[in-house]
Design a protein around this ligand. Structure first.
Ligand code: BES
Ligand code: MN
Ligand code: ZN
Length: 501
């Protein structure tokens, strides 16, 4: 259900609401609104919090009685940590806790906006709170009759601030809901997301959003010479699709930002089949495609001024009598050939064609997002994405966007000296490196062969695309990671000046 935000200048003590959420800083220093709660409890709040083990750390939350003098029916105290360390990320996490503790009420109000330092923009803060509430309150209930849907429907931001603050909260809801669409399709079991079905879901989600959606079928994919997409897809009875989404605002200048997402709707590994244990998690191997498609839904509403194009190859990687074999050679769109030595290194094979198409379309800069390697998780764990690329300025730009929205990415190198590990005796490239180390880097080096020098960043989201257990505003399961980074990037993208052609 969508949560509506409004802004009010009413006093916390007299605000009629099911639940009033007030901040408390580290060391149980009462934040705005918490003093009136303390008054209503006859000065007992501090002792109550201490008794409950509440210290005021980020992530601490405790329900306290409202007392007789408050118009609110209950009170939630949210820890914000050190006052001087408060960031937008703190607000997102506080918003998430609010949503997670308010599932049995329909209305909540919060004084969180009044807890921010003078240096913080009030509209940025409102957006972050709204994002946190919507992202943190996310539930995936499509396939269960056991769990109940949250009742939370309205959140009031107290402290006022006018229309600008209300609009900012609306932007937060928009961005978070797009991320939740990505989560939904990621969490959908693969029996219900054949490439054709995923493509249709994207089409209907993007209808009326000011973008053009093209869905290529197998024959069109063949005519586009995408041998990697066809090769990976050929083991599955469920035929591939290639979704291209174009956003062209009036007055746009310069080459487009291209967003490329890996869309493997299920990755068995193919003939190089994966072990059974944990294979079910490979239903989320289309998280990159989900993120780029979700991004396209909000560009018009956010007033993005530049051209953005998304490319999502959608395939299923299955072993069968028609599947590609180790040793087979595929020819990609740009004429480069690949010897497939492991059919489980399939993501790079479909991304190769998509990257080559983005280059042919004249992209000014490219970002690809892919659940590409287990090796990236070995390097960075499961909450941080690997960031690689061929252009320092563009890498910095993408990294800065990720930092602003609270998505953790960390740079990894594309070492020239590892390039020989991808040399094949029979084709231009091999799809796995000789020798087992540095798998995230050699995957990145493989992709680089298809971007023809266009500024390009590769985000390996194998880790943060899914959460084994929930944390902060990330739910267990599909997280929608990278969606918010890409939206932020589109919002701030300025096309490079053409240097050639
Ligand atoms: N989809 C996987 C990568 C992956 C693994 C994502 C674990 C999320 C969690 C990818 O297609 C894959 O299988 N990669 C192989 C590459 C190897 C064969 C070179 C891997 O990482 O083992
Ligand atoms: Mn694989
Ligand atoms: Zn995969």
């Amino acid at each position: 259900m969508t949560i509506a935000f409004r802004v009010s200048a009413a006093a916390p003590a007299t605000t009629r609401t099911d639940l009033l959420a007030v901040p408390v800083f580290a060391g149980r220093a009462l934040g705005p609104g918490a003093e009136v709660v303390d008054d209503a409890l006859g000065g007992a709040l501090g002792a109550f919090l201490a008794e409950a083990g509440f210290e005021g750390k980020v992530g601490d939350a405790v329900l306290v009685p409202a007392g007789e003098d408050l118009a609110a029916r209950s009170v939630l105290v949210l820890g914000l940590g050190e006052r001087s360390a408060l960031t937008l990320e703190t607000l997102r996490r506080a918003g998430a806790l609010l949503a997670q503790r308010a599932t049995r009420v329909t209305n909540a109000a919060t004084t969180l906006l009044d807890a921010i330092p003078d240096s913080m923009d009030r509209t940025d803060a409102a957006q972050a709170i709204a994002e946190g509430v919507v992202l943190g309150g996310y539930q995936f209930l499509d396939y269960t009759s056991k769990r109940k849907a949250s009742k939370l429907a309205r959140v009031t931001l107290l402290g006022g601030g006018g229309a600008g603050v209300g609009r900012a909260a609306g932007r937060g809801v928009l961005i978070a809901e797009a991320t939740c669409w990505a989560r939904d399709i990621i969490n959908t079991p693969s029996n219900d997301k054949a490439p054709e079905v995923f493509a249709k879901a994207a089409q209907s989600f993007l209808r009326g959003r000011g973008v053009r959606v093209q869905v290529l079928g197998p024959e069109e994919i063949r005519r586009a010479r995408m041998g990697g997409v066809l090769g990976v897809a050929q083991g599955s009875a469920r035929r591939p699709r290639f979704v291209k989404v174009t956003y062209t605002p009036t007055g746009a200048r310069g080459p487009a930002l291209a967003l490329v997402g890996k869309g493997v709707v299920f990755d068995t590994g193919g003939i190089s089949i994966k072990p059974a244990a944990g294979m079910e998690t490979m239903k989320t191997d289309m998280s990159g495609a989900a993120a780029v498609l979700a991004t396209m839904a909000v560009l018009k509403d956010l007033g993005v001024k530049q051209r953005v194009v998304a490319y999502a190859p959608l395939v299923e990687n299955m072993p069968s009598g028609t599947a590609i074999r180790p040793g087979d050679v595929l020819k990609h769109r740009n004429g480069v050939t690949t010897e497939v030595l492991n059919t489980d290194a399939e993501g790079r094979l479909i991304l190769a064609d998509a990257l080559a198409l983005a280059v042919d379309d004249g992209a000014g800069a490219i970002v690809d997002v892919a659940t590409l390697t287990g090796a990236c998780m070995v390097a960075l764990g499961d909450r941080i994405a690997g960031l690689m690329g061929n252009d320092e300025g563009w890498r910095d730009t993408v990294r800065a966007a990720a930092d602003r929205v609270g998505e953790s990415v960390w740079p990894l190198p594309l070492p020239e000296e590892y390039r020989p590990l991808l040399e094949s005796e029979v084709a231009d490239l091999r799809n796995i490196s000789t020798g087992g180390y540095g798998g995230a880097l050699t995957a990145g080096l493989f992709l680089e062969a298809f971007v023809d020098g266009v500024p390009w960043v590769h985000l390996d989201i194998a880790g943060p695309s899914r959460a084994a257990t929930g944390y902060g505003y990330m739910p267990k399961g599909g997280t929608g990671f990278a969606t918010r980074t890409l939206i932020e990037l589109a919002r701030t993208y300025t096309p490079p000046r053409r240097t050639k052609g």
